[in-house]
Design a protein around this ligand. Structure first.
Ligand code: PRP
Length: 191
C-alpha cells in the first residue's frame, strides 16, 4: 500500500513549542531536583531538545520502554513494560515523564502507574503532542505541547514501522490516494 507523507508541523514550530514547555518546567521546578524519564523510543528526540532548553539542574535522565503498537496504524490496546528505570532512580525523586504523543493514553497511563508505585516525591507528565479524540484512558498532561487531530503522525522521533523517526518536521501518513500537498515518499535530499 502506498503511503504519502503530508506535512503537519514545522521544525520551527516544534522548536518554539519545546522552548515554551521548558519555560514552564523551569518555572515550576525551581529549587527542586528534577529527574526526567523518557518513554522510548518515540520521545528520544523531544527529550534531547527539551533537556537542552531546561536551565535548572537535572539530577538524572532515565528511560522506560513500553510497546503498544505493532507494524500497524491500529493500537493493540495494551502496553507492556519492556524496560524500566532502576527503583532507586525514582523513589523519593521529582519525576517528569516525557512522552512524544498521548494517543489512547494506554502507554502513559501504564508508565505513570508503574512509576507511582515506586513512590516518587512527585510525578508529572510532559507530552509534545496530544490526540485527545483517541483517548481510551484519562491521562492528565501537566505540560502539553500541541494538540493534533486523529492522524497517523511520524517524524521527530515518531515512527511508522520503525521508519521516519529521523525527520526534523512532523508529518502524517495518508494512505493510498495521492494528495496535492503530499511530498515525495521520503522528503530527504540525502536519501
Ligand atoms: C507510540 C508513541 C507513544 C504511544 C502512544 O509509541 O510513541 O509512546 O505510542 O500511544 P497510546 O497513547 O495509544 O498508548 P509506540 O508504542 O509506537 O512505541 P515507540 O515509541 O517505540 O515507537
Amino acid at each position: 500500500m502506498n503511503r504519502n507523507l503530508v506535512h503537519l508541523i514545522s521544525e520551527a514550530e516544534i522548536s518554539d513549542t519545546v522552548k515554551r514547555l521548558a519555560l514552564e518546567i523551569n518555572r515550576d521546578y525551581q529549587n527542586r531536583s528534577l529527574v526526567l524519564v523518557g518513554i522510548l523510543k518515540g520521545s528520544f528526540i523531544f527529550l534531547a531538545d527539551l533537556v537542552r532548553q531546561i536551565d535548572i539542574p537535572i539530577d538524572n535522565i532515565e528511560f522506560i520502554r513500553l510497546s503498544s503498537y505493532g507494524s500497524s496504524t491500529v493500537s493493540s490496546g495494551q502496553a507492556k513494560i519492556t524496560m524500566s528505570p532502576p527503583t532507586q532512580a525514582i523513589t523519593g525523586k521529582h519525576i517528569l515523564l516525557v512522552e512524544d504523543v498521548v494517543d489512547t493514553g494506554i502507554t502513559t497511563d501504564t508508565a505513570l502507574r508503574y512509576l507511582q508505585n515506586l513512590q516518587p516525591a512527585s510525578l508529572r507528565l510532559c507530552s509534545l503532542l496530544d490526540k485527545p479524540i483517541r483517548r481510551q484512558i484519562a491521562v492528565k498532561i501537566d505540560y502539553l505541547g500541541l494538540e493534533v487531530e486523529d492522524l497517523f503522525i511520524v517524524g521527530y522521533g515518531i515512527d511508522f514501522d520503525q521508519k521516519y523517526r529521523q525527520l526534523a518536521d512532523i508529518y502524517y501518513l495518508e494512505e493510498e490516494k495521492q494528495s496535492k500537498n503530499s511530498e515525495a515518499f521520503y522528503p530527504l535530499s540525502t536519501i
